[in-house]
Design a binder for this molecule. Structure first.
Ligand code: GTP
Ligand code: MG
Length: 597
């Protein structure tokens, strides 16, 4: 059968996963099959957050072709996912929102597609939106391609207009077909068939991993050469060139939303191989008689790092199942085996690990996953990773796009200026809204999310893409405004005490919960830290004033989410994470220790 391998790439939320829904719907064998909204976003965190975190493969049939489709995440923190899957496709559908046009991550993924030598197909999506400007978007994409040094063939990109929600598409935005046929036709015509040969010994590189409780880790990749039957012995060559023996237990592919067993893996196809012990991304699985590695898959280096520690708080072990350094180490090593953009390093202290990734979300998704699995741990403030070149210090930058109401523009510009951001573009973004694109040090954005939300009254949207390394920005103050209110004792919080504290700032705890000495119970309205007593009972007298205790009015406490806690903490604080709680604590729990530090 004819094969086409294509990935869908775009800026976050431009509609990739929704577009896959429509392709699955249209090509379903049984038209009665109901495709759930964003069907491929099937893990818990993806559904809760409404974003794609892991890339996923599926396949559909059209015009006698089997089209393997890889859906990728658009959020910049998961850019590593996009980079590595480009090695198994022959073209990309570059999706661009018909209103927003190319955004920072559009540039990032296009650049990566060009680096992989691919000729993208442009899909202008969300054509149904009121403010859609399809022709302007096509022009803007042309300019982007040109800036990125596109070849003649790349500049001559095919364009399909579509609405993934309405399920319409076509090459002329004014005459759309009532289904996805024009897009499927464009894929069959314009994506080159895989450059792979059935002749010769079997060879396949693992580009992604999946896991099943029945068969263990599954290696996914495009077969480069030859054929393979289930139960065949193989040789596995890893990134370091070491060869080991293995056996493929079963072969399947993801077709539609189903998993289909295959009688063999054939050159050109994207397949899933189960049973190969210890298989990792970038491994080449070969015929034992010809153990030849394909070039190692590389992705951009991490830009941000955090320390993951064994939870050593006074409440350690109360709420989690996995709490020792051994648990932590094996879990992190397991993650590093398939999360290619993640690095885990041991430190001199066996209870601490340096975990580096592509951004706060990349790291916080791992922490959230671990906590749901039953882990307890403590994590430090995220810090950017500096580099050195020609004796100069470099730091990572972001291309940031802020979309705000016109009235908030001044405040935003001021905040960007304070953070030494360099404004690159200011443009209208729909009625009464402005988009400001700037280049800004990643470091300047740590902790900025909360401030951005408050200065735009929650109406602003900000997105980023990694913009590489640049010279160190001097004079950036990276401390939060507020100090911490720190508990001076261990016990249960008392409403009366909290009532007396709430004038001093925003509380993070409600009455009747366990706190410990050194735990942060609130944000001080001033810049300095303050040690307080949240446990103090009212002095009891024999005469009770009528209703005095019952009348205490407490402002509901601020509940920090994991991300908010990570944004909030300073270098002398940790976030304690357990399956049930997220607490902020001082590294040094006793006030006397802190005073000496
Ligand atoms: N109006 C309109 N909305 C759309 C269209 N396609 C997608 N959306 C909406 O856009 C939002 C994002 O859609 P997704 O499919 O999750 O976008 P995505 O590109 O997969 O997002 P990430 O994977 O997180 O980068 C959802 O609310 C969709 O309903 C479209 O054609 N028109
Ligand atoms: Mg998606």
């Amino acid at each position: 059968m004819n094969i086409r391998n294509v990935a869908i790439v775009a800026h976050v939320d431009h509609g990739k996963t929704t577009l896959v829904d429509r392709l699955l719907q249209q090509t379903a064998q049984d038209a009665r099959v109901e495709i759930a909204e964003r069907a491929l976003d099937n893990n818990e965190l993806e559904r809760e957050r409404g974003i794609t975190i892991l890339s996923k493969t599926t396949a559909v049939e059209h015009a006698g072709c089997r089209i393997n489709i890889v859906d990728t995440p658009g959020h910049a923190d998961f850019g590593g996912e996009v980079e590595r899957i480009l090695s198994m496709v022959d073209s990309v559908l570059l999706l661009v929102d018909a209103v927003e046009g190319p955004m920072p991550q559009t540039r990032f993924v296009t650049d990566k597609a060009f680096a992989a030598g691919l000729n993208p197909i442009l899909v202008v999506n969300k054509i149904d939106r009121d403010a859609a400007q399809p022709h302007r978007v096509v022009d803007a994409v042309f300019d982007l391609f040109d800036q990125l040094g596109a070849s003649e063939a790349q500049l001559d990109f095919p364009t399909v207009f579509a609405s993934a929600t309405l399920g319409v598409s076509g090459t002329d935005p004014d005459h759309l077909a009532p289904d996805m046929t024009p897009l499927l036709d464009a894929i069959v015509e314009r994506v080159p068939p895989p450059n792979a040969s059935l002749r010769g010994p079997f060879q396949m590189q693992v580009s992604a991993l999946d896991y099943s409780p029945y068969v263990g880790v599954i290696g996914i990749g495009r077969v480069q050469r030859g054929e393979l039957a289930p139960r065949a012995p193989v040789a596995v060559v890893d990134a370091a060139g070491r060869v080991r023996k293995g056996r493929v237990y079963s072969i399947h592919c993801n077709q539609g939303l189903a998993r289909v067993e295959l009688p063999q893996a054939r050159a050109g196809d994207i397949v899933c191989l189960a049973g190969v012990e210890g298989v990792g991304v970038s491994d080449t699985i070969c015929d034992p008689a010809a153990a030849e590695a394909l070039p190692t898959l590389t992705v951009d280096e991490p830009t941000m790092t955090m320390t993951f520690c064994v939870n050593a708080s006074p409440f350690a072990g109360r709420e989690g199942k996995f709490i020792t350094s051994r648990h932590l180490k094996s879990r992190l090593m397991r993650e590093a085996a398939h999360n290619v953009a993640l690095r885990v390093a041991e430190t001199a202290d066996p209870n601490r690990f340096e975990v580096s990734g592509r951004g706060e979300l990349h790291l916080s998704v791992l922490i959230e996953t671990m906590r749901r699995e039953g882990f307890e741990l403590a994590v430090s403030q995220p810090a950017v990773i500096f580099r050195e070149a020609d004796g100069k210090r470099l730091e990572p930058f972001e291309s940031a796009a802020f979309e705000v109401q016109a009235g908030h523009q001044g405040a935003l510009m001021e905040a960007v200026g304070q953070r030494k951001g360099e404004v690159q573009d200011i443009a209208a973004a729909g009625p009464g809204r402005t988009r400001i694109v700037c280049r800004i040090a990643t470091r300047a954005l740590i902790g900025f999310r909360a401030e951005f939300a408050s200065l735009t009254s929650g109406s602003g949207v900000m997105t980023f893409a990694s913009a590489g390394y640049g010279p160190f920005t001097h004079g950036l103050a990276a401390r939060r405004q507020a100090g911490a209110l720190i508990s001076n004792a261990t016990g249960k919080t008392v409403a009366y005490a909290l009532f007396n504290l709430q004038d001093r700032g925003r509380l993070l705890v409600r009455p009747g919960i366990d706190v410990y000495e050194g735990m942060v119970v609130g944000m001080h309205s001033r810049g300095n830290d303050l040690t307080v007593n949240p446990l103090r009972e009212k002095k009891l007298t024999n005469i009770r004033a009528a209703g005095s205790d019952e009348n205490i009015l407490l402002t509901p406490p601020t509940q920090l989410s994991l991300e908010q806690a990570l944004q909030f903490i300073n270098a002398d604080e940790l976030v304690e994470v357990t399956p049930k709680s997220i607490r902020v604590r001082k590294l040094l729990l006793k006030e006397s220790q802190r005073r000496r530090a």
